[in-house]
Design a protein around this ligand. Structure first.
Ligand SMILES: Nc1nc2c(c(=O)[nH]1)N[C@H]1C(S)=C(S)[C@@H](COP(=O)(O)O)O[C@H]1N2
Ligand SMILES: [Mo]
Length: 256
């Protein structure tokens, strides 16, 4: 039939059998799609977990991650605020792996340079290193943020001081709380970024115990989950160090 005929016949009533055929056909397609959907859902849920997310979902996260990290500009900085904008009542959030008290005379930062090769560094020693202030908008994935004021030694300056040069060529830094119950992995470009500090002061005073005394990480290009408090151990690796919140399904990089 010509195009013209076709259009002129469009409004013509379809016969009962043709109508029924179409109904059955549509219904079949619908049924097949529903069944395919159910199977896809079952398949997804039967997939093994991978670091807290179902494997195919974790794969999606990893693809996103590749896109983001390949375009990640290591010179990218967080916005810096004026000290007078910093809040005095700093929120306390997240007390996983936090000791109630820490004996500073006994505390040492353990820096694992390699297997069987660990530096033990006191707080007093860390305090002699170049100190930087960081005032930035601290953001938690729970949805709150506040401008806060911290100070400590830039992680890059710290690593240079202890001649951790080959370690800087590895892909990640792993950090664990003193009791090892909270732990994070940080990609090296973000760790070496100039605003990242090993922090021992808040509002010009020693860190309060529940804010991470004696030493915490402040890494303004990341969400709060990466700002580990009460650091006990630091190590370096080319494989992703275990990460407390990534294991529970959050994005490993948690970048802003
Ligand atoms: N050891 C340890 N560090 C931690 C956490 C934690 O539970 N334990 N929580 C993180 C989260 S989710 C946030 S938002 C910040 C909160 O830091 P604050 O208590 O100084 O506000 O600490 C991070 N560091
Ligand atoms: Mo958080």
């Amino acid at each position: 039939m010509s195009g013209r005929d076709f259009f002129s016949k469009r409004t013509k009533e379809v016969s009962n059998t043709a109508y029924r055929k179409r109904m059955i056909f549509s219904f079949l397609i619908f049924t097949i799609l529903v069944i395919a959907g159910i199977f896809a859902w079952k398949w997804l849920n039967n997939q093994p977990g991978d670091q807290g997310a179902l494997k195919p979902l974790r794969k999606t996260l990893e693809v996103n991650e590749k896109l983001l990290t390949s375009t990640f500009d290591t010179s990218k900085k967080a916005k810096i605020f004026d000290v007078k904008d910093a809040v005095k009542n700093v929120r306390v959030n997240g007390l996983i792996g936090m000791e109630k008290t820490i004996d500073t005379s006994a505390w040492r930062l353990l820096v694992v340079r390699g297997e069987g090769d660990t530096l033990r560094i006191s707080l007093a020693e860390i305090e002699t290193l170049p100190k930087e202030d960081v005032v930035f908008d601290f953001k938690c994935i729970e949805g709150w943020s506040q401008v806060t004021h911290w100070a400590g030694v830039p992680l890059k300056a710290f690593m240079d001081h202890y001649h951790l040069f080959t370690q800087q060529t590895l892909s990640y830094i792993g950090l664990q709380s003193v009791d090892k119950k909270y732990y994070v992995g940080i990609d090296m470009p973000s760790a070496l970024q100039s605003q990242t500090i090993l922090c021992y002061e808040m509002n010009n005073k020693p860190l309060p115990m529940n804010q991470g005394y004696p030493l915490r990480l402040i890494i303004p290009v990341k969400y709060g989950i990466k700002h580990i408090k009460q650091i006990g151990t630091m190590y370096f690796s080319n494989v992703k160090p275990p990460d407390y919140w990534a294991e529970r399904g959050y994005d490993y990089y948690a970048g802003l």
